[in-house]
Design a protein around this ligand. Structure first.
Ligand code: SAH
Length: 264
């Protein structure tokens, strides 16, 4: 078989093996080589791989070892996959891996995945946006060893009072509390923490406020693999005075539906 040497970067989704895309699963089913990010992607994600497929965990590999392995596997006609947690374009070191492949003349395609931010909100039956509450979502992290670029401090971003999805930050809850308060969020602001969102049998949902979420997470022994969402939309399921969106409003005309005629 001929064809270009190619590597597919595939989003495996947040943990539940059923949350990979159909396209991702079809690629795995015909894969010759899969390098998966072992720390979060369950080996189960490789359960559809054919028997001959070389399957390797990258958790002990350096960036160079990863790209060397992918380049070595990427022969014309072979299906080679780098399987990543959630979506490959979010904190996935995607471009660092693509550049050496570009240099080696290996083609690249990316298959998006369900991010843990979406999975965390889905399992808690929460919405990232709500009419007249917030129409904006900020996906970010708290500064740790990776410095934040200028203008992206949590305090500045929190000043928008939109939905904040915080990756890689569960050990930094004291900073989150301090910075959000400095940006005007109150002690009572609702916070959602989901540990291992969508992982069968392991998902843990914790609800609290800015003032008590740290203690609740400590009591539940949650200190890794968690999504933190701070949002004015949290808990809206129980609001009696929810503002509805215009899309389904009987008095609102759009491309697919005319507004109902009023009697007057
Ligand atoms: N590309 C991934 C993010 C990788 S960074 C995505 O789109 O989701 C790793 C961070 O993602 C973790 O520290 C945690 O904050 C979050 N994360 C990944 N999977 C998760 C899951 N199943 N539940 C909760 N948080 C998760």
């Amino acid at each position: 078989m001929t064809g270009l040497a190619k590597v597919w970067f595939v989003g495996a989704g947040p943990g539940d093996p059923d949350l990979i895309t159909v396209k991702g699963r079809d690629l795995i089913a015909k894969a010759d080589a899969i390098l998966f990010a072992g720390s979060l992607v369950q080996q189960a994600a490789t359960q559809w791989a054919p028997a001959h497929c070389a399957i390797k965990d990258s958790k002990d590999m350096t960036l160079e070892q990863i790209t060397d392995w992918l380049i070595a596997q990427a022969q014309p006609g072979k299906t080679v996959i780098r399987l990543q947690t959630g979506d490959p374009g979010l904190y996935g070191a995607l471009i660092e891996m693509v550049q050496p492949l570009d240099k080696a003349g290996v083609a690249v395609e990316v298959v998006p995945g369900v991010s843990s931010a979406m999975a965390a909100m889905a399992c808690a039956v929460e919405s990232l946006t709500l009419p007249e509450v917030t129409q904006t979502v900020i996906l970010t992290r708290v500064e740790g060893r990776t410095p934040m670029p200028e203008g992206e401090s949590l305090r500045e971003l929190a000043g928008h009072h939109s939905t904040l999805c915080l990756f890689l930050s569960i050990t930094l809850l004291p900073t989150i509390e301090r910075e959000l308060k400095a940006a005007g969020w109150t002690d009572e602001s609702p916070v959602l923490v989901v540990h291992k969102a969508s992982w069968p049998g392991e998902q843990h949902i914790i609800r609290g406020t800015l003032a008590d979420i740290r203690e609740r997470c400590r009591a539940a022994k949650i200190n890794s693999q968690a999504m933190i969402v701070v949002s004015p939309t949290l808990g809206a399921r129980h609001w009696p005075d929810l503002k509805k969106s215009k899309l389904y409003d009987a008095g609102f005309t759009h491309r697919f539906r005319r507004a109902e005629q009023s009697d007057s």
